[in-house]
Design a protein around this ligand. Structure first.
Ligand code: ZN
Length: 453
């Protein structure tokens, strides 16, 4: 629904009224100029991968050769440098209109796999970075136990990801859950504070054995936590999984009790029809990361078929190849067009929903719509720019027309104002504490200079 002069009333972090054609603006209201939309949700991020942008794209190779450069980078990070880097990356996200991030976190330990004094120091660095920026975060702590189905010992970088056993992982995550602003009060679905919560993840069926999968599933179920897992990004994973277990990766998740409405399968590319049905019957979600999937030559997932099977879709910037949810939504449709040789596979409303509501649901937040009772996470988009200016709206459904224009033409750079939990975080393209694009670029540069002096 498209409306003009909408007054959105907020009490603390929730929307309490939405009044179209509201007349003169109350004196304590803040004017959001342009088209106001629900905040964008980035359901799958690895903050540190941002360093590889511009360093790794041109090399000939595959996902697996790219992974080696990511491992080399992972070996350089410590809690201090990670917090500095993640603050800059989340600031880039905030300027791009991302109001919630799902941080899929697997770099837990120090060099050699030695735990930090506080074993959750790296996770806490990410939570502090999100707090500094004012972005809502679900920290998805990933269980990582092995190099692969039959790949021998963990590499030095992988040692930093591993808790050695599923019970060690569960104990460490219990440490995260037990703290935060709400410690001692009723714990609610991993909530740590007004804008941070914990979710769980199995890194993948490659890196997490059956005991690990069952442990992650059980913690998700008892604590009501979102459960994320990288699934079938590569054909090799499906092949190795079938050889080792006689099940597909999706089948293995199902057997471990890890498929349900709290589950989000990330990528979901190399799937058989039976896998698609399992995901649909479980009412699971799938998070597509189309700009990463095309950059890493992963392939194109059967996202239309998944949606038709009952799966809800969300979107993620994953490797941070770009941080632009409009581009992800556009790529979801356009990648599938190249594959199917048909246009108009997902409607603009479905694509926008994947960039907002679908992600919010995947991360455990009541957000992604401008609706009474929901979180006051809003952005405004400047329509008077060369990218978006042009023809008047002429059709019977101007809202849909405008949404299509955004999906097919907008970029992160058109985002003007950003409100998260009722707080104005970005005004006219400038973060209120961390500055505009130039200041954020200089933060990114400085964080990376620390890693590659
Ligand atoms: Zn990922």
């Amino acid at each position: 629904v498209l409306a003009r002069q909408v007054l959105i009333e907020v009490d603390r972090d929730r929307i309490t009224a939405v009044i179209p054609d509201s007349g003169p603006r109350p004196s304590d209201a803040h004017l959001l100029e342009g088209l106001v939309l629900p905040g964008l949700v980035n359901a799958h991020s690895h903050a540190f991968h941002r360093v590889l942008r511009g360093r790794s794209e041109w090399a000939r190779g595959t996902f697996w050769s790219w992974r080696n450069s990511m491992y080399a980078l992972a070996e350089r990070l410590d809690p201090e440098s990670y917090e500095k880097l993640a603050t800059a990356v989340y600031a880039e996200m905030a300027l791009a209109g991302i109001t919630t991030v799902g941080e899929f976190h697997y770099l837990h330990h120090g060099p050699g796999g030695v735990a930090y004094t506080d074993p959750n120091e790296m996770g806490r660095a990410l939570l502090r970075a999100a707090g500094e920026v004012g972005i809502r975060i679900t920290l998805l702590d990933a269980c990582y136990l092995r190099a692969g189905f039959d790949e021998g010992p963990l590499s030095p970088a992988q040692l930093r990801f591993s808790d050695q056993s599923a019970s060690n992982w569960a104990e460490r995550v219990a440490g995260l859950l037990g703290q935060g602003d709400l410690a001692g009060t009723t714990r609610l679905a991993g909530l740590l504070g007004a804008s941070s919560r914990i979710g769980v993840a199995a890194h993948s069926v490659r890196a997490c054995d059956e005991v690990g999968l069952a442990t992650v599933a059980s913690l998700s179920s008892t604590e009501e936590l979102p459960l994320h897992v990288h699934l079938a990004e590569q054909a090799a994973e499906s092949r190795d999984c079938l050889a080792a277990t006689s099940a597909s990766p999706t089948g293995l998740l199902d057997e471990a009790g890890a498929l349900g409405p709290r589950t989000t399968a990330v990528h979901a590319i190399d799937l058989q029809p039976a896998d698609q049905n399992l995901l649909g019957l479980a009412h699971a979600g799938v998070c597509a990361c189309p700009t990463t999937e095309r950059e890493l030559a992963d392939g194109v997932g059967p996202f239309r078929a998944l949606a038709d099977a009952g799966v809800w879709l969300s979107l993620g910037s994953d490797s941070q190849a770009v941080i632009d949810l409009f581009e992800e939504a556009r790529a979801l449709e356009l990648n599938e067009r190249l594959e199917q040789k048909i246009r108009g596979i997902h409607t603009p409303a479905e694509l926008f929903s994947a960039a907002t509501r679908g992600g919010a649901y995947a991360l455990g937040w009541q957000a992604g719509a401008i609706a009474v009772g929901g979180l006051a996470d809003l952005i405004s988009v400047d329509l008077d720019t060369p990218r978006l200016g042009g023809a008047d709206l002429r059709g019977d459904n101007p809202g849909e027309e405008l949404l299509a224009r955004l999906i097919f033409a907008a970029s992160a750079a058109e985002v003007r104002d950003v409100v998260i939990g009722g707080e104005l975080v970005v005004t006219a393209g400038v973060h209120r504490r961390l500055g505009g694009p130039r200041e954020v670029a200089s933060r990114l540069q400085s964080a990376m200079a620390d890693l590659f002096p």
